[in-house]
Design a protein around this ligand. Structure first.
Ligand SMILES: Nc1nc2c(ncn2[C@@H]2O[C@H](COP(=O)(O)OP(=O)(O)OP(=O)(O)O)[C@@H](O)[C@H]2O)c(=O)[nH]1
Ligand SMILES: [Mg+2]
Length: 331
């Protein structure tokens, strides 16, 4: 019967991370988006989702793309998506992260527009993320989001981060390969150096190489690289014109090359361990901070302070008593 029947009941949307992750792995983009919203909001639901993803043991290769506003990161990212897809990568996930923006879920409109070539490709998923000022901030949410995309079956996740500040560097280095984008002319390379990007870059890109000053930018970068202690990987400097695609194949080659370098001699494991150390330290600090605030808001803390006021306890004894409450007998 076409009309007059019972209205069909829509499926009950689940919030259970395990079910959502299963659905996301099966190609359900709504489920994937829901999981990413959970980690973006932070807190327990996000942690549960990320924990579920972690337990699958499936991880994406990750490439961070960072640089000053307007350097051409989104244009470049759109090109890289196309290159990766041509190279046979089954699915490419993109996280466009703006640490300075309080908006999210599509806030980075420009990125959406520039990447819209891929909107109809079912092998591509693009998501914007902004800070929203939650506990731990974006630096905590990004690795969780990457983890979810990896577990949902994306072998490659590109993370575009706007800006060259502390948080941006942190987000950019939460990936296996960090690409730092600068533009021709003097100054950009020096800015990148000041922001600590020189040590964290695995690959430098001089984008907008169709403009004057490309040689100077290369010279600046190479000179700075000469001065840094030689490791076992000297970041290559790749020139691109993202707007017409020149140089992007060479960039992809260098990304692949860096991946092979990481796979040799256990470098990737070491790098991931450093990241996990940092992530665990941040999670622990956030957790302790939360517990301390909860404790201080409670009645017991007020009672302890009263006893300090009455000279029954000194402030250090009061702190010790609170530490024991937070950390148990080991405090
Ligand atoms: N001439 C020239 N323009 C380019 C090139 N790549 C990008 N652009 C232009 O530069 C502008 C900024 O490009 P985006 O890709 O949005 O740069 P972005 O780094 O993602 O910018 P934000 O995300 O806002 O920081 C756009 O107008 C692009 O068309 C290039 O290689 N040459
Ligand atoms: Mg952008």
């Amino acid at each position: 019967m076409i009309s007059g029947g019972e209205p069909s009941t829509p499926p009950v949307p689940t919030k259970n991370p395990a079910d959502l992750l299963d659905a996301a792995g099966g190609g359900d983009r709504v489920a994937l988006a829901r999981l990413l919203s959970q980690v973006e909001r932070g807190g327990q639901a996000g942690h549960r989702a990320a924990a579920q993803a972690y337990r699958t043991g499936v991880e994406a290769d990750t490439v961070g793309i960072t640089g000053a506003p307007g350097a051409g990161k989104s244009t470049l990212t759109a090109r890289l998506i196309a290159t990766a897809r041509r190279a046979g990568v089954s699915q490419v996930g993109v996280l466009a992260v703006d640490p300075s923006s309080p908006f999210s879920g599509g806030a980075i409109l420009g990125d959406r527009v520039r990447m819209q070539d891929h909107a109809l490709d079912p092998g591509v998923f693009i998501r914007s993320m902004a800070s929203r000022g939650h506990l731990g901030g974006l630096a905590a949410a990004v690795p969780e989001a990457v983890r979810i995309m990896g577990a949902a079956g994306f072998p490659l996740v590109l993370v575009e981060t706007v800006g060259v500040g502390q948080v941006e560097v942190e987000v950019a280095t939460a990936t296996d390969t960090t690409v730092v984008v600068v533009n021709p002319g003097w100054g950009d390379a020096i800015q990148a150096n000041k922001a600590g990007l020189l040590e964290t870059a695995d690959i430098f890109v001089i984008n907008k190489a169709d403009r004057p000053g490309t040689r100077e930018a290369r010279r600046d970068l190479e000179q700075m690289l000469d001065l840094t202690t030689p490791g076992d990987w000297r970041p290559p400097v790749v020139e691109t014109v993202a707007s017409d695609g020149s140089g992007v194949d060479r960039l992809w080659e260098q990304i692949t090359h860096h991946k092979s370098h990481l796979l040799a001699d256990g470098r990737l494991e070491r790098r991931r361990k450093v990241r996990l150390d940092r992530e665990i330290a941040q999670l622990l600090a956030a957790r302790i901070d939360y517990e301390v605030k909860r404790l201080l808001a409670g009645e017991a803390a007020g009672a302890l302070t009263d006893r300090v006021v009455a000279h029954e306890l000194d402030p250090y004894e009061a702190v010790q008593a609170m530490m024991t409450t937070v950390l148990g007998e080991s405090a």
